[in-house]
Each structure stands twice: as C-alpha cells, then as structure tokens.
Design a protein around this ligand. Structure first.
Ligand SMILES: [Zn+2]
Ligand SMILES: [Zn+2]
Length: 201
C-alpha cells in the first residue's frame, strides 16, 4: 500500500507491525515468475527497525499508486488517456506524463541517453558514497541493459522530481553481472562516476 501524501509504502514489520518506507529504502526488486496478472514484485527493504525485510507489491502498487493512479485505472489506448481515476492527483499525474514530464528517469549508459522509467525498472538500490546519495541499478525498458546511477534520495522517492545531473558508472554490464546486492554494493563503492545531464528534452 502506498500513501502519496507521504511518499511511503507500507509493509509488515515483525518488530513494529507496520513499516512505512520510501522507495529509496528498497534494496532488491524482483518480479516473481508465474502470476502474470497482476504481476507481483518481491521487495526487500531496509526497515526503520534496523533489519531488512521482504514484502510483496503488485505492479499497480509499485508503479502507479505513487502517481495516485491506483486500482481500476488504465491507459486507454483509444484516447491515449488514463481513465477513470477519480482522484485529482492521478489526473494531474496523467496530464504531466502526456506533456512529456516523466515521474522517474535514469541515464542509460549503453545508449548514452536519459530514459523515462517507472519504479519496476529499479532492481537494486543501496546507500551511495558520498553519504546521502542513493545508488540505483536500473534495467532499461528500451534496451534491457543495466546501468548504475548515483542520484539523490528525492530523485527516487518523489515522482516528477528528477536530478538535473546524475552520476553514471561508465561500464556496460553483462546480464548477470549484478545478480546479487553484494556485487552491486562492491561495484557502487569502487566505481568512478561520471556526471551526465538528465534532461529528457
Ligand atoms: Zn522492521
Ligand atoms: Zn537503454
């Protein structure tokens, strides 16, 4: 469950009952095989209690609820509009996307260009170096290759907030190079980052 007013997802926590965490507290996202509709993501996240737990999110909860586009909303391909939403928040988000303003983006290193994404494109996240930053491993929806970016927490947590410039690891990763969080962390703390502009225009 997602609360758009605080930008937090709610998961069960064995210590506190409920954990309310931002997207930047996610550590691993994995689309579960099998259930095609709705598809379900296994999320491991760093909890406020100090432990990491696992929770499940449907695709709608992960990608659409942060935009106020929850259950029952769909992209009408005839009109190219999201219908029906009901909530003004969702309506506003839909109009911004149609105007070319993307809720999330990253820099695709293999393609050497910024790309719009949704949270389901993130698959590994970890606190970055320098502190306060967030390292993200993203599977590009256009070329399906992996890039590592270094961004601000707000870039991840707040829809329609995109850093003007992000750090990019100048490396083309093999498909299975970052299968584990440890591999990703090792890469994140040893790599050099190059600054790239993130304007999607
Ligand atoms: Zn907890
Ligand atoms: Zn790409």
């Amino acid at each position: 469950m997602y609360d758009p007013l605080t930008s937090r997802y709610t998961f069960p926590c064995p210590t506190h009952g409920d954990a309310r965490v931002r997207l930047s507290a996610f550590r691993e996202l994995e689309r579960l095989p099998g259930a095609a509709h709705p598809c379900v993501y296994r999320i491991s996240f760093s909890c406020t209690c100090g432990d990491e737990h696992v929770g499940l999110l449907t695709h709608d909860e992960l990608d659409w609820e942060p935009l106020g586009l929850g259950e029952g909303t769909y992209l009408n391909l005839m009109t190219d509009r999201f219908e029906p939403v009901g909530a003004e928040l969702g309506d506003l988000a839909a109009r911004r996307i149609q105007a070319g303003d993307w809720p999330w983006s990253f820099f695709c290193y293999p393609e050497d260009r910024p790309r719009p994404i949704f949270p389901s494109a993130f698959f590994l996240l970890a606190p970055g170096n320098p502190g306060g930053s967030v390292g993200i491993a993203v599977r590009c929806p256009a070329c399906s290759r992996t890039s590592i970016n270094l961004v601000s927490p707000a870039h991840v947590d707040l829809p329609f907030f995109n850093d003007g410039e992000v750090g990019v690891v100048e490396h083309v990763f093999a498909d299975d190079a970052l299968s584990a969080l440890e591999d990703f962390r090792a890469e994140l703390y040893s790599a050099d980052f190059d600054a790239r502009r993130l304007s999607l225009e």
